[in-house]
Design a protein. Structure first.
Length: 88
């Protein structure tokens, strides 16, 4: 049975975007939390600066949604291609 690339795209987007949103919001409440993770993500996503502002949390979450969607779509597509080749 092939994977639903649409479902995987949505789930991966929500998980990764939610992860960045969660860490960003907790960092706003408790500033030491997730600082190194947010700095690492700031080095990957343009426009995201890990400054501890609400605007940056939203930008990071949006980048996470887009990145998660792209990775979920790519993973599902590749999985289905290789699954077909190994099935015969």
């Amino acid at each position: 049975m092939p994977l639903s690339t649409r479902a995987l795209t949505i789930v991966a987007a929500l998980l990764w975007g939610g992860c960045l949103l969660f860490v960003g919001v907790v960092n706003l409440v408790w500033p030491p939390y997730g600082v190194e993770f947010l700095r690492g993500m700031a080095s990957v996503y343009p426009g995201f600066h890990a400054s501890g502002s609400f605007g940056d949390v939203i930008v990071g979450a949006l980048w996470g949604l887009a990145d998660g969607a792209a990775c979920g779509l790519l993973f599902g597509w590749l999985y289905n291609i290789f699954r077909e080749k190994t099935q015969g």
